[in-house]
Design a protein around this ligand. Structure first.
Ligand SMILES: *[C@@H]1O[C@H](CO)[C@@H](O)[C@H](O)[C@H]1NC(C)=O
Ligand SMILES: *[C@@H]1O[C@H](CO)[C@@H](O)[C@H](O)[C@H]1NC(C)=O
Ligand SMILES: *[C@@H]1O[C@H](CO)[C@@H](O)[C@H](O)[C@H]1NC(C)=O
Ligand SMILES: *[C@@H]1O[C@H](CO)[C@@H](O)[C@H](O)[C@H]1NC(C)=O
Ligand SMILES: *[C@@H]1O[C@H](CO)[C@@H](O)[C@H](O)[C@H]1NC(C)=O
Length: 484
């Protein structure tokens, strides 16, 4: 039996092209430790307001099950993090004051807020309505019921009535603070009250609260905005963070961390980190940054700053319009190698063609199919799981993660060159798998072609295994019996 198996392995090795003529080799480094993975996520907000009642959408994003979705067979992404958006809109009249709406505002991006007027901070008073925003909240619960265990509360703008121009899309020039200086604490009270209400009534507690969204950017313009947004100078951010810490603490939410500042790029996040001041920074439990600098920016510097200060670091928002998945793979690997985040969060998983992992129209309430990008992301999210140690994959085309409890090594690699073999050298591990053992693999072709197809055709040869990659192929491997 053993002899036959060895022969079979030998035959496959020949068929798969022997190692000696293979084209590139990457050596996984078991002594590296870039992060303990917290998970993969998505922001709710607009798509969840539109489609929060769709159980099948929740199955697709928040389980690892296979779901037939609009006649497509989809491997669930298994996301375990959601970011819930605290809305800034309400349509009530407060002693003559009503919300000002940008002429370009997109209806589906108006998120209902819970705090209706400034009369009372008491969450059981009529100043608060806990019934608004039921769809987004329903998707939140759907996510929770499917195993999501990390929840972030985030804000794109304070409630409209806290803003100078009463417009939740931003100030009239886009680059000025829009939160009234006498409402700094009110914005903190708003978010802390939602966090407290959730912990009592919603069946989970928020892990973190983020009071800003791309606050240093200058495009949060109330006269042209298409969504909620608000600029905050760094000094204002620092003041609000202090209030938020105090309001969370006074509600007993001392273990709920503050994340900041969800800047648009790595480089802006560096500037904000350097200017926030030690007091505010001391109240920040995690650095959140958005990935909109794509191939640019000093991810490495931001990582050094965050890790030097003992802070966790997330890419808390990523998105682009490339449905092929090429941009996503390229930028995600850059994040793993240079930013070393402990979590990675896609922006709107259901969105217009290109941006959505699944195509959808939040205004017309139509849903299309999953893009190739969906399957490309599945190559990562289904295998690199919470609790794993992120390792240096040894090259700019490889990501690796290790699960000590099951002694499993996960490798995800992409080939940007013409078709070739890629070798994975595990000799640096104290145990690099078992000679002759099966390495399960899954494959997706960027652009079009294979969509997360599984194969049992790859075996360890000594402490190395290899696989043939076409240009633009992403492959995931699971190697058993590996010891760091
Ligand atoms: C708001 O209510 C006041 C009365 O309290 C009324 O005079 C005013 O027209 C209302 N404004 C709007 C825009 O509905
Ligand atoms: C949504 O519907 C509107 C009006 O019916 C139409 O103009 C628009 O093109 C539709 N959007 C899409 C993406 O089909
Ligand atoms: C790989 O494919 C990409 C995208 O199609 C193309 O731009 C690139 O030239 C290809 N590289 C090689 C070496 O064939
Ligand atoms: C694997 O890497 C080790 C150490 O880096 C090296 O000595 C060895 O030659 C490599 N194995 C193969 C088969 O290339
Ligand atoms: C590969 O083998 C594993 C375990 O033996 C099995 O669970 C899995 O379904 C197989 N995958 C394929 C694609 O055949």
């Amino acid at each position: 039996m053993i002899y036959l198996h060895a022969l079979l392995v030998f035959a496959l090795a020949i068929a798969n092209c022997p190692f000696t003529v293979a084209d590139v080799t990457t050596t996984i480094n078991p002594t590296s430790n870039w992060a303990t993975w917290e998970g993969w996520g998505v922001s709710l907000a607009w798509w969840a307001k539109a489609f929060g009642d769709r159980d099948d959408v929740a199955d697709v994003f928040f389980t690892l099950d296979t779901t037939v979705f609009n006649s497509q067979v989809l491997p669930g992404l298994g996301l375990n993090i959601v970011r819930y958006n605290a809305g800034a809109c309400s349509w009530n009249n407060i002693s003559g004051d009503v919300m000002v709406v940008s002429p370009d505002m997109i209806t589906s991006r108006q998120m209902d807020g819970y705090w209706l007027n400034w009369d009372s901070t008491d969450s059981s008073s009529t100043s608060w309505s806990w019934f608004v925003d039921s769809n987004q909240r329903n998707m939140l619960w759907n996510a929770r019921d499917r195993g999501v265990d990390i929840f972030e509360l985030f804000s794109n703008s304070p409630m409209w009535w806290m803003c100078y121009n009463h417009n939740p899309s931003g100030s009239n020039d886009g680059s000025s603070d829009n939160l009234q200086s006498w409402n700094y604490d009110q914005h903190a009270i708003y978010l802390a009250t939602i966090a407290e209400y959730a912990s009592v009534n919603w069946g989970f507690s928020f892990t973190s609260v983020e009071a800003f969204n791309e606050p240093s950017s200058d495009w949060w313009n109330g006269e042209t905005g298409t969504q909620e947004g608000c600029h905050f100078d760094v000094s204002t951010q620092a003041t609000v963070i202090a209030y938020l810490r105090s309001e969370l603490n006074s509600r007993g939410l001392t273990s709920t961390i503050i994340s900041a500042s969800d800047e648009n790029t790595y480089d802006i996040a560096i500037t904000t980190f350097d200017s926030l001041g030690s007091t505010a920074l001391g109240d920040v439990g995690r650095i959140n940054v958005h990935g909109y600098q794509y191939g640019g920016g000093r991810r490495d510097i931001l990582y050094s700053l965050a890790s030097g200060a003992g802070k966790k670091l997330w890419n808390s928002e990523y998105g682009e319009s490339d449905a092929t998945g090429q941009e996503l793979v390229s930028n995600l690997i850059l994040d793993f190698i240079w930013l070393h985040p402990s979590a990675w969060v896609y922006w709107q998983a259901l969105d217009i063609e290109g941006w959505g992992l699944i195509e959808g129209d939040n205004d017309n309430l139509t849903i299309g199919s999953a893009s190739q990008k969906y399957f490309v992301l599945a190559q990562f999210t289904r295998h690199i799981r919470p609790g794993m140690q992120i390792l240096d994959g040894g090259s700019d085309y490889t990501v690796a993660a290790y699960d000590s409890s099951t002694e499993k090594l996960v490798i995800v690699a992409v080939n940007w060159d013409s078709a070739q073999y890629i070798n994975f050298n595990l000799s640096e591990f104290s145990k690099g798998g078992v000679n002759g053992a099966l390495v399960q693999r899954w494959s997706t072709q960027i652009g079009s072609g294979e969509q997360y197809v599984g194969y049992n055709d790859t075996y360890i040869n000594g402490e190395v295994f290899w696989s043939y990659f076409d240009n633009g192929t992403v492959q995931t491997f699971e190697v058993d019996s590996v010891v760091l």
